[in-house]
Write a protein that binds this ligand. Sequence first.
Ligand code: FAD
Length: 294
Amino acid sequence: MLQQTYLPGRVGISFELFPPKTDEGIDQLMEQVGRLMEFAPDYLTCTYGAGGSTRDKTLDIVTRLKKEFQAPVASHLTIVGTTVDGLRDYLSAARDRGVDAIVALRGDPPKSDPHFRPVDGGFRYANELVALIAAEFPSFGVAVAAYPETHREATSSDDDLRHLKTKVDAGADVVITQLFYDNADFFRFRERYEAAGIRAPLVPGILPVTSLAQINRIASLCGAKLPPAFCDALAAAEGDEERQAAIGIEFATRQVQELLDSDIPGIHFYVLNRSHATSQILRNLDLRATQPLK
Ligand code: FAD
């Protein structure tokens, strides 16, 4: 499924969602995704909460998305707090429910203990999960994560890239990046990625920011650099939510247009369970997954 998504001459589109806490939230999510279906995404993904906290919910959501929208789906899966047998159980259940692909991740450690510690009988790095899937669950497509601004725990950017290559070589079909706001970081990273001989499609992850509060939260969560002019424009619109959203959508539209002009294989939108910003950006760009690049 993932190989067909990123064929030359087209732009693969994927939407990332997260599992809502309540039944009402799940109904709202389905409504929002219904609106996004007009853009014919190639696949929908659902995150896997820190420490495996949303294990069953993630599986329920991807199953329901597939059934309601007949869209291919990918479940995120992390190795945090789980033994290899626990991972096997999840992968078997996902296969039985018709999940098409896995976004294979290490996961972040819980806030209470910022150092990742593998459990007894568990894995240490995401490349081991990729290898498990390739060996025992070969029907899944596999996506993995990459960091244009370097993973925050990496010993160096070169080490980080070397580890990414190991992860891709273990059996990943596609690499999706962490969100970023300066395309120059992505372009520099892509040059190094290609020079390292990594051949899997490299798909930028885009998180449209629609408020000042959100941008501050994002920066502290994942350490992404934020363009000062963009932050200043949002700050100047403080108190005017509509204006802030419009500024964020305009920024993301320009960011994605520049990426499209540079020949990317696809775009992964961090939708945050709300359709408005992503829909508006795709409409501004007149882009649907089924359309070839203009
Ligand atoms: P890894 O690839 O294992 O890398 C982790 C660190 O270890 C890096 O610093 C790397 O350089 C180093 N490393 C890797 N392999 C080796 C090795 N063999 N030897 C020595 N060092 C090594 N988190 C969630 O909890 N749930 C989600 O659903 C989720 N979805 C995500 C989706 C995307 C697209 C992205 C970009 C991130 C997502 N994350 C999610 C966050 C991710 O789990 C964290 O960024 C985590 O800290 C690293 O995960 P990884 O899979 O990149 O880890």
